[in-house]
Design a protein around this ligand. Sequence first.
Ligand SMILES: NC(=O)c1ccc[n+]([C@@H]2O[C@H](COP(=O)([O-])OP(=O)(O)OC[C@H]3O[C@@H](n4cnc5c(N)ncnc54)[C@H](OP(=O)(O)O)[C@@H]3O)[C@@H](O)[C@H]2O)c1
Length: 160
Amino acid sequence: MISIIVAIAENGVIGDKNALLWNIKEDMRRFRTTTTGHPVVMGRKTYESIGRPLPKRTNVVITRSNAEFEGCLVAHSLEEAVAMFPADEEVFIIGGAQIYSQAMAIADRLYLTVVHRDYEGDTSFPEIDYSEWQELSREEFERGEEYDGAFTFLDLARKG
Ligand SMILES: NC(=O)c1ccc[n+]([C@@H]2O[C@H](COP(=O)([O-])OP(=O)(O)OC[C@H]3O[C@@H](n4cnc5c(N)ncnc54)[C@H](OP(=O)(O)O)[C@@H]3O)[C@@H](O)[C@H]2O)c1
């Protein structure tokens, strides 16, 4: 199973200058608990933005170059990354925009954190056609422990 996990501003923005635009503890915690124990697949820029392999997860970095990344497997396409794991393993696509755009066609699940504010940034998630997705669960927050704004955890499964 292929799952995308992403935090998106109301206007679709997911990052700026190779960094996240918000710091929401609840979202970080959800990311960690949801992905721990599963493979995580990311683009080279997202890997550089994180700066290290995520612990307790098999990390796969996608690049067109011959670069190596300590503690990570390397793939030269999304297809190659996904083919490293058995079909019954939940593989998490963790960004960024380039990799999400390619993964939307093959994703079975979307774990969204929708941040209910517009942000200015240079990187956006592709348009989601919600008619193709069925809601599995929704958890709404008026504000976070430390983040002064509303956000929603929304889990979706591809219809059919
Ligand atoms: N809000 C969120 O949940 C979230 C999550 C993740 C990331 N982000 C943000 O997203 C931004 C980064 O996204 P991005 O779109 O700029 O970069 P990205 O998708 O992380 O990485 C792009 C790189 O991946 C490699 N790549 C892409 N498609 C490929 C293919 N088909 N075959 C082989 N290699 C391929 C290339 O690496 P090479 O150049 O090495 O060939 C490309 O430069 C940052 O701002 C980050 O903070 C946000």
